[in-house]
Write a protein that binds this ligand. Structure first.
Ligand code: FES
Ligand code: FES
Length: 153
Protein backbone atom coordinates (compact mmCIF):
# COMPACT_ATOMS: atom_id res chain seq x y z
CA UNK A 1 0.00 0.00 0.00
CA UNK A 2 1.08 3.57 -0.68
CA UNK A 3 -0.45 7.03 -0.45
CA UNK A 4 -1.11 9.04 -3.57
CA UNK A 5 -2.05 12.68 -3.96
CA UNK A 6 -4.11 13.54 -7.01
CA UNK A 7 -6.26 16.35 -8.26
CA UNK A 8 -9.63 14.95 -9.27
CA UNK A 9 -12.24 17.21 -10.82
CA UNK A 10 -10.34 20.21 -9.46
CA UNK A 11 -10.12 18.95 -5.88
CA UNK A 12 -7.05 17.64 -4.04
CA UNK A 13 -7.58 14.01 -3.08
CA UNK A 14 -5.36 11.59 -1.13
CA UNK A 15 -5.85 7.83 -1.31
CA UNK A 16 -3.98 4.86 0.11
CA UNK A 17 -4.08 1.85 -2.20
CA UNK A 18 -1.84 -0.83 -3.69
CA UNK A 19 0.58 0.47 -6.32
CA UNK A 20 -0.95 -1.67 -9.05
CA UNK A 21 -4.55 -0.63 -8.36
CA UNK A 22 -6.02 0.72 -11.60
CA UNK A 23 -7.25 4.30 -11.49
CA UNK A 24 -10.75 3.09 -12.42
CA UNK A 25 -11.16 1.28 -9.10
CA UNK A 26 -9.86 4.23 -7.11
CA UNK A 27 -12.44 6.44 -8.81
CA UNK A 28 -15.31 4.01 -8.33
CA UNK A 29 -14.54 2.25 -5.04
CA UNK A 30 -12.57 4.83 -3.07
CA UNK A 31 -14.12 8.07 -4.35
CA UNK A 32 -17.60 6.91 -5.39
CA UNK A 33 -17.23 8.50 -8.84
CA UNK A 34 -19.27 5.77 -10.47
CA UNK A 35 -20.01 7.60 -13.73
CA UNK A 36 -16.81 6.02 -15.04
CA UNK A 37 -17.69 2.46 -16.06
CA UNK A 38 -15.95 -0.90 -16.21
CA UNK A 39 -16.31 -2.70 -19.52
CA UNK A 40 -13.41 -4.92 -20.55
CA UNK A 41 -10.63 -4.09 -18.08
CA UNK A 42 -7.99 -4.39 -20.82
CA UNK A 43 -8.06 -0.97 -22.53
CA UNK A 44 -10.17 -2.22 -25.43
CA UNK A 45 -13.68 -0.74 -25.03
CA UNK A 46 -13.36 2.85 -23.76
CA UNK A 47 -16.10 2.60 -21.09
CA UNK A 48 -13.61 3.72 -18.43
CA UNK A 49 -12.29 6.79 -20.29
CA UNK A 50 -11.30 9.81 -18.21
CA UNK A 51 -8.98 12.75 -18.85
CA UNK A 52 -5.40 12.74 -17.58
CA UNK A 53 -4.08 16.29 -17.92
CA UNK A 54 -6.83 16.91 -20.48
CA UNK A 55 -6.15 13.86 -22.63
CA UNK A 56 -8.48 10.87 -22.87
CA UNK A 57 -7.03 7.75 -21.23
CA UNK A 58 -8.38 4.36 -20.19
CA UNK A 59 -8.52 4.30 -16.44
CA UNK A 60 -8.85 0.50 -16.20
CA UNK A 61 -5.27 0.11 -17.39
CA UNK A 62 -3.38 2.87 -15.56
CA UNK A 63 -1.88 1.79 -12.24
CA UNK A 64 -1.81 4.26 -9.40
CA UNK A 65 1.99 3.90 -9.23
CA UNK A 66 2.22 6.12 -12.31
CA UNK A 67 -0.26 8.75 -11.12
CA UNK A 68 1.25 10.63 -8.16
CA UNK A 69 0.30 14.30 -8.62
CA UNK A 70 -1.86 13.60 -11.67
CA UNK A 71 -4.73 15.85 -12.72
CA UNK A 72 -7.78 13.72 -13.52
CA UNK A 73 -11.19 14.75 -14.83
CA UNK A 74 -14.12 12.35 -14.81
CA UNK A 75 -17.57 12.73 -16.34
CA UNK A 76 -18.73 14.18 -13.00
CA UNK A 77 -16.24 17.05 -13.35
CA UNK A 78 -16.62 17.81 -17.03
CA UNK A 79 -18.46 21.06 -16.33
CA UNK A 80 -19.51 22.99 -13.25
CA UNK A 81 -23.18 23.80 -12.99
CA UNK A 82 -24.38 23.36 -16.56
CA UNK A 83 -23.87 20.80 -19.27
CA UNK A 84 -20.72 20.81 -21.36
CA UNK A 85 -21.55 21.53 -25.06
CA UNK A 86 -20.74 17.89 -25.85
CA UNK A 87 -23.30 16.78 -23.27
CA UNK A 88 -25.81 19.28 -24.66
CA UNK A 89 -25.31 17.83 -28.15
CA UNK A 90 -25.70 14.30 -26.76
CA UNK A 91 -28.96 15.31 -25.10
CA UNK A 92 -30.27 17.15 -28.13
CA UNK A 93 -29.71 14.15 -30.41
CA UNK A 94 -30.84 11.61 -27.82
CA UNK A 95 -27.63 9.62 -28.24
CA UNK A 96 -27.71 7.08 -25.39
CA UNK A 97 -29.66 3.87 -25.51
CA UNK A 98 -28.77 1.83 -22.38
CA UNK A 99 -26.24 4.54 -21.54
CA UNK A 100 -23.49 2.27 -20.21
CA UNK A 101 -20.78 3.34 -22.66
CA UNK A 102 -21.77 6.98 -22.88
CA UNK A 103 -19.62 8.58 -20.19
CA UNK A 104 -16.59 7.10 -21.94
CA UNK A 105 -17.84 8.26 -25.32
CA UNK A 106 -18.32 11.81 -24.04
CA UNK A 107 -14.90 11.92 -22.38
CA UNK A 108 -13.27 10.74 -25.61
CA UNK A 109 -15.25 13.26 -27.66
CA UNK A 110 -14.41 16.24 -25.43
CA UNK A 111 -10.71 15.43 -25.48
CA UNK A 112 -10.79 14.95 -29.27
CA UNK A 113 -12.58 18.26 -29.89
CA UNK A 114 -9.95 20.08 -27.87
CA UNK A 115 -7.30 18.75 -30.25
CA UNK A 116 -9.43 19.11 -33.38
CA UNK A 117 -12.20 21.71 -32.95
CA UNK A 118 -13.42 21.46 -36.55
CA UNK A 119 -13.33 17.80 -37.55
CA UNK A 120 -14.81 16.18 -40.66
CA UNK A 121 -16.89 12.99 -40.49
CA UNK A 122 -13.97 10.71 -41.16
CA UNK A 123 -11.88 12.30 -38.41
CA UNK A 124 -14.79 11.94 -35.98
CA UNK A 125 -15.26 8.27 -36.89
CA UNK A 126 -11.53 7.59 -36.48
CA UNK A 127 -11.38 9.40 -33.13
CA UNK A 128 -14.42 7.58 -31.74
CA UNK A 129 -13.57 4.23 -33.30
CA UNK A 130 -12.06 2.70 -30.16
CA UNK A 131 -15.09 3.39 -27.97
CA UNK A 132 -17.45 0.44 -28.26
CA UNK A 133 -21.22 0.65 -27.91
CA UNK A 134 -23.18 -2.56 -27.59
CA UNK A 135 -26.33 -0.65 -28.48
CA UNK A 136 -24.68 0.53 -31.71
CA UNK A 137 -25.40 4.22 -31.19
CA UNK A 138 -22.49 5.04 -33.49
CA UNK A 139 -24.40 7.15 -36.03
CA UNK A 140 -25.87 9.35 -33.32
CA UNK A 141 -22.46 9.67 -31.65
CA UNK A 142 -20.91 10.86 -34.91
CA UNK A 143 -23.68 13.42 -35.42
CA UNK A 144 -23.46 14.59 -31.82
CA UNK A 145 -19.69 15.16 -32.04
CA UNK A 146 -20.26 17.25 -35.18
CA UNK A 147 -23.03 19.21 -33.45
CA UNK A 148 -20.85 19.77 -30.38
CA UNK A 149 -18.07 21.10 -32.63
CA UNK A 150 -20.55 23.61 -34.08
CA UNK A 151 -21.74 24.63 -30.62
CA UNK A 152 -18.16 25.19 -29.48
CA UNK A 153 -17.04 27.19 -32.55
S1 FES B 1 -12.93 -0.97 -19.21
FE1 FES B 1 -11.24 0.24 -19.75
S2 FES B 1 -11.16 0.13 -21.91
FE2 FES B 1 -12.72 -1.27 -21.35
S1 FES C 1 -25.66 3.02 -25.28
FE1 FES C 1 -25.69 0.96 -24.59
S2 FES C 1 -23.63 0.34 -24.75
FE2 FES C 1 -23.66 2.27 -25.68
Amino acid sequence: MASYNLKINGKAVAVTVDDDTPLLWVLRDELNLVGTKFGCGIAQCGACTVHLDGTAVRSCSIPMASLEGANITTIEGLSDDKLHPVQEAWKELDVPQCGYCQAGQIMTATSFLKQNPNPNSEQIRTAMNGNLCRCASYNRIEKAVALAAKKMS
